[in-house]
Design a protein. Structure first.
Length: 346
């Protein structure tokens, strides 16, 4: 105490300098500790879902991976966006989006047009395009489509419909094809006898409206189909495989977590799809999860599956004129790398 008092008080400038030195030293020590603990800056990545917020499995996989911290564990900070006008592919090609979603059939057509995109995970082991008819209408099989009005959306008769008709020995001329909007009320109100649906959600909405229906899934009748994918620009695959691997690993962890924890996954979905009906979102997710299951791990596929899909397009899609190398359509190496032989994630 005596020593302190005999030295007296420091001038104000010296006090300020001393405090500044202490602050700088503290910052250096904190930085050093951060380096010792392996802290790194997260890489910014943008994912754009190909539709509005909902429990579609590829969307849910990303929502969950973000909420559970799986992306952060891979060194990624993911911004999640949603397509409102179908702009997700254009933004991917422009470099404004790093990953997005799309159906396998759409992707095949884009590769045939030499669009530089490639799928890195396949969720739908069967397609999401189906058809419904009112129960009691006498339409109990594809053969019963003959002479009936059959709807198609977006101005294009889908290859899945023509292939489904072919399983019953029918052709397009054997039915009355009618373009319909994306609105199941057209079917409910009797506008067409057979209505095209997204199998993961529209049958549930129609039933919830009080109508019993027969559902026709082309896959159940031997038509080779595949569903939704996560895709990226082929330049990203060529130039930054580490980034693609990190994103795929986290997303697939999210998908597997959702499969084991459906209620929590729905809670996470609803933080994005505010105001959505939880029971309908659960139906959507459970349907997608059933269609995504395979013994050696979700997200995987063989090139033979893609070849079979291409065979359907070559036969029934007039715009798909020449075969493509399916290895340029789907790169399964990223999903394969995260699974053990028994289908568990490494």
């Amino acid at each position: 105490m005596k020593r302190a008092t005999t030295r007296g008080l420091l001038p104000r400038a010296r006090v300020a300098a001393a405090l500044l030195a202490l602050l700088l030293l503290g910052g250096l020590l904190a930085a050093a500790c951060g380096d010792d603990e392996g802290e790194t800056e997260l890489r910014e990545v943008t994912f754009m879902a190909g539709f509005r917020p909902q429990a579609t499995l590829p969307f849910t996989a990303v929502y969950v991976a973000d909420a559970q911290g799986y992306f952060a564990e891979e060194g990624l900070a993911v911004t999640i966006q949603h397509s409102t006008q179908g702009e997700h592919l254009q933004l991917l090609l422009a470099g404004d989006v790093d990953f997005t979603t799309g159906t396998a059939a759409q992707l095949m057509r884009r590769r045939a047009a030499e669009t530089p995109v490639r799928a890195v995970a396949l969720f739908g082991q069967r397609g999401d395009q189906g058809f419904v008819a009112h129960a009691g209408s006498g339409i109990d099989s594809p053969a019963d489509f003959a002479g009936r009005s059959v709807g198609f959306k977006a101005g294009v008769v889908p290859a899945e419909l023509l292939a489904l008709l072919a399983t019953a020995g029918l052709e397009a001329d054997d039915v009355n094809l009618i373009g319909v909007p994306f609105d199941e009320r057209v079917f409910i109100e009797g506008g067409v006898d057979v209505f095209p649906v997204f199998l993961s959600n529209e049958p549930n909405r129609i039933r919830n409206a009080g109508f019993e229906i027969n559902v026709f899934d082309p896959t159940d009748h031997g038509v080779a189909t595949l569903g939704l994918t996560i895709l990226t620009h082929e330049d990203t695959i060529a130039e930054d495989r580490e980034l693609v691997q990190a994103f795929v690993r986290a997303a697939m962890r999210g998908a597997n977590y959702a499969a084991a924890n459906i209620e929590h996954a729905i809670e996470i979905v609803l933080t994005h799809a505010e105001g959505a009906d939880a029971s309908h979102q659960r139906y959507l997710l459970e349907t997608d999860l059933r269609n995504a299951q395979r013994a050696n791990g979700m997200g995987r596929a063989t090139l033979d599956q893609w070849e079979a899909l291409q065979g359907v397009l070559l036969e029934f899609d007039p715009a798909f004129e020449s075969p493509v190398d399916v290895s340029t359509v789907f790169d399964g190496s990223f999903v394969d790398a995260i699974y053990n032989d028994d289908g568990t994630i490494k």
